[in-house]
Design a protein around this ligand. Structure first.
Ligand SMILES: NC(=O)c1ccc[n+]([C@@H]2O[C@H](COP(=O)([O-])OP(=O)(O)OC[C@H]3O[C@@H](n4cnc5c(N)ncnc54)[C@H](OP(=O)(O)O)[C@@H]3O)[C@@H](O)[C@H]2O)c1
Length: 401
């Protein structure tokens, strides 16, 4: 596998950002030797998938080519025929997938191709999984991907008595408006609604659509009030097509989301201030929450820390070549709580430290059924294979393609 071709596929996928909804963004590159002979990306639901576009662009040169695709080719009839059929028809020799497809309806493409004699490689790139993090969570866990965003001082205060309420600087606040423009819904707790009366709209960033604006709690509000249990509300929102939720605090609600294992990613704007007093970010959290892939980015005078509580969902690995015992019809996905593809792990890639925990998810030779187990210290679900992320795929009815 050549990383630059996979990177190109990821880059192409981004052309579909904003138009493919509710589908994921996907890019593909057909390569012969060192030369790219066809490129494509998925543009909108119902339109051709990235692989089909790339293979059509390659024409006859696709025969014997290597196809790099940011997510494995789909194996089902959705609004378009299975991409696996197009790959086989084109005579592609090898397929390299940046990530597996967590959609219970469409997954299994690599396995099917391998069984048909095509060489396959699951590169399991974190970047490829992160590219569709919201969709992956929505389609596999049946709830929106939740990003907890907060602003705090250097000493961890999210509200400082006697100030005008702003902690982060103007550049950070602009970034928040950009984030709002990218998500399906934005939410706060009733405490923040009462204290700050936030609009939660995406302003001055050329937003093409506004997110749904929610408040968790009870009482009158101009925002959409969600008063049920958090998990139920998230499930209901997912059913209404909400794939991503930006949670903008405050600390009580943030603590509840963290305690219930419902935060997937944290974005923390840290301002160069020491307050000495005021509310802290998660005051009553009784259990350690581990995050991974943390990055720090200067935003004006602030620093934005980004890290994942739950990595974008991982799945089981597939072997790279067809074996005589596994030829024929591939095992198809079982309908509930299980990935259903038995994993014959061939870990060929060297992985970064942060990727190694999720690799454990895929190295089991069993199906992923029951991957989640209860941690002894809390009711927060953790993965029994050792990773702290949402690697169990829970079959649901919102698969899109
Ligand atoms: N720096 C930042 O990034 C930031 C962000 C947001 C807020 N803040 C500050 O935080 C302060 C407000 O903090 P807060 O902790 O009181 O507000 P909060 O977390 O926004 O709201 C807490 C309220 O949310 C409702 N709620 C509904 N479901 C809940 C659940 N499962 N768990 C917990 N609460 C739930 C409850 O209201 P009901 O009683 O109506 O049920 C609860 O009292 C304000 O000063 C605000 O400026 C700072």
């Amino acid at each position: 596998m050549e990383a630059r071709f996979l990177e190109r596929a990821l880059e192409l996928a981004e052309h579909g950002r904003g138009t493919t909804h509710p589908n994921p963004v996907v890019g593909a590159v057909a390569v012969v030797g060192d030369e790219i002979v066809g490129e494509g990306w998925h543009e909108r639901k119902g339109g051709p998938h990235a692989e089909v576009v790339a293979l059509e662009a390659a024409g006859e040169r696709a025969r014997g080519a290597t196809l790099y695709v940011s997510m494995e080719p789909c194996a089902h009839h959705g609004t378009t025929p299975p991409c696996t059929e197009a790959v086989l028809r084109a005579g592609v020799a090898k397929v390299v997938a940046g990530s597996l497809d967590p959609n219970p309806e469409a997954r299994g493409g690599l396995e099917l191709l391998r069984a048909a004699g095509v060489e396959v490689e699951d590169a399991d790139s974190f970047a490829a999984r992160a590219q569709n993090e919201a969709w992956r969570t929505w389609v596999s866990l049946g709830r929106p991907f939740v990003v907890l965003k907060l602003a705090q001082t250097l000493d961890g205060r999210v509200a400082v008595p006697g100030t005008d309420g702003w902690i982060s600087g103007p550049d950070s606040r602009r970034r928040v408006h950009e984030l709002r423009a990218q998500v399906d819904a934005v939410a706060v707790g009733m405490g923040t609604a009462r204290a700050d009366d936030p609009q939660l709209t995406a302003r001055d960033v050329g937003a093409t659509r506004q997110p749904r604006r929610l408040v968790f709690g009870s009482g009158p509000s101009d925002l959409e009030v969600r008063s049920g249990a958090l998990e139920e509300e998230l499930r209901a929102l997912a059913g209404e097509g909400v794939q991503s939720l930006l949670l903008e605090g405050g600390p009580k609600l943030a603590t509840s989301f963290l305690r219930e294992g419902l935060v997937d990613k944290l974005m923390l704007f840290v301002a160069p201030e020491i307050a000495g007093a005021g509310l802290t970010f998660a005051p009553e959290l009784d259990d350690l929450v581990r995050l991974s892939h943390m990055t720090a980015e200067p935003v004006g005078d602030d620093v934005l820390l980004t890290a994942w509580v739950h990595e974008p969902s991982c799945t089981v690995r597939v072997a790279t070549r067809a074996s005589s015992s596994s030829r024929g019809a591939p095992s198809r996905a079982t309908p509930t709580i299980s990935i259903g593809i038995s994993a014959t792990s061939e870990a060929t890639n060297s992985r970064s430290r942060s990727e190694s925990s999720s690799a454990a998810c895929r190295s089991s030779s069993t199906s992923m059924s029951g991957c989640f187990a209860l941690s002894p210290r809390s009711s927060r679900p953790t993965c029994r294979w050792g990773c702290s992320n949402g690697c169990a795929t829970w079959a649901n009815s919102w698969g899109a393609s």
